[in-house]
Design a protein around this ligand. Structure first.
Ligand code: NDP
Length: 281
């Protein structure tokens, strides 16, 4: 099964489906990512905050997969927003991952109430990593429309992606539309809401009609809306199930019915980026 490539605004391409490793325990990460590679995934989404970049690196090194067939994303930890820390922590990430160039590096959270509200300097330091070839693409995560406006107004550098919470219970249209308005691709995190949407009768009914699982139908909904996704699973059979979403499609009415499950702010499972201020100790 071939995963479609999505072209980003910097002309690079990213596989539309990947594998996320949030909450994959560090000691189990290498084996889990190896299983994901065996299932066909070639795009891995990790973060400094997940503390499992070394395991991702171990899986890459032992996989035998040519580097140019892999797409690796990591994210700047909330501890590292100061400009010196951007470069220093990036070099640590690159070492842990065991790769020269990272495909995509994101500011994990804007933290508008920390660092004197200055995520613009952080963004400039991140962008410099593209200029010197350390990373292919630079992007952001959990940026609200106003955060996007600000970095773009003040630097002229448009992120390649905005990785935000999106799933049927929280379609996050305002952030999606603001991103799309700038030509920024949306990456949908927690695409199956960590399992919370899988018993929804609208989704299970559509799944039954296609002889697919609720997870497959939900992931397919993201794909049809054009978003990039990377579901996480510790189970090989679920990794394979989540990968098998390119040999069927939903009707426009089915896409609309799933989008209508949106609960607005009540559907959010993660923190609101406008107020989230957590800096790990
Ligand atoms: P997901 O929506 O991917 O759901 C993962 C959960 O669903 C796990 O508990 C998993 O269980 C279960 N699951 C996976 N597949 C199936 C299936 N086919 N049937 C039933 N249950 C299933 O949640 P995540 O929060 O992990 O989001 C995905 C990725 O998004 C993360 O790994 C991370 O890369 C990124 N992310 C980014 C954030 C950000 O702030 N930028 C925040 C949160 C996530 P099990 O493992 O036991 O199989």
């Amino acid at each position: 099964m071939t995963v479609p490539p999505i072209t980003l605004n910097d002309t690079t391409t990213i596989p539309q489906l990947g594998f996320g490793v949030f909450q994959v325990p560090p000691p189990e990460t290498a084996a889990t990512v190896r299983s994901a590679f065996d299932a066909g995934y070639r795009h891995i989404d990790t973060a400094q905050m997940y503390r499992n970049e070394a395991g991702v690196g171990e899986a890459i090194a032992s996989s035998g997969i040519p580097r140019d067939e892999l797409y690796i994303t990591t994210k700047l930890n909330n501890t590292n927003h100061r400009t010196d820390d951007v470069r220093r922590s990036f070099d640590e990430s690159r070492k842990l991952l065991g790769i020269e160039q990272v495909d995509l590096f994101l500011i994990h959270w804007p933290l508008p109430t920390q660092y004197d509200g200055d995520f613009v300097s952080t963004w400039k330091a991140m962008s410099a990593l593209v200029t010197d070839g350390s990373i292919k693409s630079v992007g952001v995560s959990n940026f609200q429309p106003a955060h996007l406006d600000r970095i773009i107004d003040e630097t002229g550098v448009i992120p390649a992606v905005n990785q935000i919470e999106v799933h049927p219970y929280f379609t996050n249209e305002a952030a999606r539309e603001a991103s799309e308005g700038y030509g920024i691709k949306v990456e949908s995190w927690s695409p199956i809401a960590q399992g919370a949407v899988l018993d929804d009768p609208v989704i299970t009914e559509i799944a039954a009609a296609h002889d697919r699982t609720a997870s497959q139908v939900t992931l397919r909904w993201h794909i049809e809306r054009g978003d990039i996704v990377f579901p996480k699973s510790m189970h090989e059979e679920r990794m394979r199930e989540n990968f098998a979403i390119f040999d069927f499609s939903l009707t426009p009415d089915e896409v609309t019915a799933i989008s209508a499950l949106d609960r607005g702010e009540d559907g959010r499972t993660g923190p609101n980026p406008d107020v989230f201020d957590w800096i790990p100790g």
